[in-house]
Design a protein around this ligand. Structure first.
Ligand code: LLP
Length: 418
């Protein structure tokens, strides 16, 4: 469920007409519903309440300061993957004891900053990284919490680019190496190796792969007497983009809670998309339409630089007119909704049955709250769009659109070329 609904053929975000917002905010822009965001966070929180886990919102799905602040204010922890995300987390008022840090390539300076911040856990992905964290922690005279990321070698049914828990991906370590590390804790006097971490992939629609992975890990802990207090089960819960029938938070909890409870371990979760995905849409305006012998194109002012998921993963995002026309069903036809970028891969939707749209119409790309703005770029020197959030009866610009000056900020022409 989300708060983007049609009333009298007009799309609303909560109680505000999207078209009304577009009168003062230049298109394209991302639009977020605070209520949807918090509702989804609460859904997970309630479903897992019997074990009171630490729920760390995965910032890579949406790291706008207002979104992160909203999560922190409502009691969520954060899952970060870079020094940049740590910087944002701090600005949003996050406390060290609720932030966990994953990723295969943490730089020494990033590690140092995170230790100084008092990071709750490093989720470590290699022995060399462990050595680096030990070295930095020793120099800072600090003791830090470590969870080792296990690659449980399970096959989640999802796009190959976002499946992370298979043996051949770069993520985590095999059981044998993890066992070796737990047996050699003495080698890392400044580290408290007291957790294991998994994250098997993203947009996973059913519980089976999670159950498999968790079972594998719990069996391993038991069989090899791994001394651990924490189990971080990562993120990955899928959402509905079109006809999918994803598990609910309740359903997911029902299938994994018994195992987790029985383990007696403290649990951490890292949901991203489940919380932010349906909390946002991408609003774009029709620039032109054209018919070729083979196709009809609707050319809009937002493209792959703003929302790359369709181009990169052939991801489906529902596209709807912000204001539906009276005669819409009769004039509906199959169109490609494409952006202004010079690539044939620049499309938001292909072969979509859409009511006839004309220059100036607004279209909404649904389910764009996760991995939308965070994956946007300046390709083709396009300034990035603004982001807007509806809270209660008002809307707020939570990021202004970039200017041409923003585009060249930090660039310089060497003297020899002048
Ligand atoms: N924890 C870790 C360690 C992760 O790597 C990720 C996502 C998450 C949590 C959150 O996963 P979620 O709950 O959002 O599925 N750009 C892709 C998704 C990449 C996910 C990367 N890792 C997309 O647009 O579908």
């Amino acid at each position: 469920m989300h708060e983007f609904t049609f009333k009298n053929s007009e799309l609303y975000c909560e109680n505000i007409k999207v078209a009304e917002i577009a009168k003062s905010v230049p298109t394209p822009f991302y639009l977020y519903s605070y209520k949807t965001l918090i509702d989804h966070y609460r859904k997970i929180k309630t479903a897992f309440s019997p074990i009171k886990p630490l729920i760390c919102f995965s910032m890579k799905s949406n790291s706008n300061l207002a979104i992160v602040r909203a999560m922190v204010k409502n009691g969520a922890g954060l899952d970060i993957v870079s020094g940049g995300e740590l910087y944002r987390a701090r600005l949003a008022g996050a406390k060290g004891n609720s932030v966990v840090y994953a990723g295969v390539g943490k730089r020494p300076d990033e590690i140092k900053d995170a230790i100084k911040f008092g990071i709750f856990f490093f989720n470590v992905e290699s022995e060399e990284e462990l050595g680096q964290i030990q070295k930095t922690a020793f120099a800072l005279k600090k003791k830090v919490n470590i969870a080792i990321r296990i690659n449980p070698d399970v096959i989640p049914k999802t796009h190959k680019y976002i499946a992370t828990g298979k043996g051949e991906t770069k993520f985590g370590l095999d059981f044998e190496t993890v066992h070796k590390i737990f047996n050699a804790k003495w080698r890392y006097p400044n580290l408290n190796i007291r957790g294991v971490h998994i994250h098997i992939g993203s947009q996973i629609l059913d519980a089976a792969p999670f159950e498999n992975a968790i079972k594998k890990v719990l069996d391993f802990i038991k069989e090899y007497h791994i001394e651990t207090e924490y189990l971080n089960i990562g993120g990955g819960l899928g959402i509905m983009y079109s006809m999918e029938n994803p598990q609910t938070a309740k359903g997911f909890a029902k299938s994994v809670l018994p195992m987790l409870k029985k383990s007696g371990l403290k649990i951490i979760l890292e949901p991203g998309r489940f919380i932010s995905g349906n909390s946002g849409i991408f609003v774009t305006r029709v620039l032109y339409t054209k018919r070729t012998p083979r196709k009809k194109f609707v050319i809009v002012d937002g493209g792959m630089s703003d929302l790359i998921r369709p181009s990169l993963y052939e991801a489906y995002h529902k596209i709807v007119p912000v204001v539906a026309r009276q005669d819409s069903s009769e004039t509906a036809e199959k169109v490609d909704v494409v952006g202004p970028i010079c690539e044939s891969g620049d499309f938001l939707g292909k072969d979509r049955l859409l009511p006839q749209s004309v220059k100036g119409d607004l279209l909404a790309v649904m389910g764009a709250g996760a991995y939308g703005f965070t994956m946007s770029s300046n390709y083709n020197s396009r300034p990035r769009s603004s982001e807007v959030m509806v809270i209660g009866n008002k809307f707020y610009t939570v990021r202004r659109n970039e200017t041409y000056q923003d585009l060249v900020r930090g660039e310089m022409i060497p003297k020899v070329l002048k």
